[in-house]
Design a protein around this ligand. Sequence first.
Ligand SMILES: [Zn+2]
Length: 229
Amino acid sequence: MKIDRPKLHRLYRLLVNWIYPNICPCCEQFIDHNADFCEKCSAKITPYTGENDFIENVDRFAACCVYDENIEGAVLKFKKTACGNSYYAFALRIYKKLKELGLDESIDLIVPIPLTRKKFRRRGYNQTALMANELRYMLDRGFEDVLIKVKETKEQKTLSEYERRENLRGVFEISPNASDITGKRILLIDDVCTTGSTLSEAAGILKAAGAETVIAAAFAKTVKAIPHK
Ligand SMILES: [Zn+2]
C-alpha cells in the first residue's frame, strides 16, 4: 500500500496543534492547524504578479507575494527564530503558487538555498531548508541538501547588479554527499528573492551538475529599489 504522505503530514499537524497551536506568522493570532495566515493578514498580502522568466539558468520562477511592510515582520522573525508557523505558512503559499502555475508535477527533487556552515551554527537552522522540508510533504517529492555554501557573501543590498554577481561567484558547490542529480527536475527554494542573482548562481551549479530543469520559488519578491534586510 502506498503511503499518502501529504495526508499523513496533515494528520501530524493536527496532533502537534494540540500541544503547539498554529499561529499566524504576521500577527501571532491562533489559526486553524492547516491555515497559513489569519484572514485579516492574508487580505493585506500583496500577490506577486511580476515576471516569471527573468532569471538566468532558471527555467521558471515563482513568487507568492511582494516583499512589503505587510509581510516584512513575518520574514524577519523567521530569520531570527525557527519557532512558530512561518516555514509551514511560506511553504504552503509556495505550494499553492506552484499549483496555480501548473508546475507542481514538474518536480523530482526539492533543494534549499544553503547557508555557510558558520552561519548555520550561529542561527541553528536554515530557514529555507525548513520550508523545503514542509514542501516535501505537500508535493510528496524528495528533499535534499544538494548545495553547500562555501564562502560568506558581502551584504547584497548595497551592491549593484554586477557587483552582486561577482560577490556570488563560487559561493555554491555541490555537496560531496549529494546524490546524482543528472536528469532531475529541481525545485530550488529561497525565502526572499531580490534580484534573482542568488537563485541564478545556485541554478547554474545545479545545471552544471546535470539537472534537467530548475524551477526557483521564493515566498516573497522585492519589487522596490530597496532590497530586504
Ligand atoms: Zn494575522
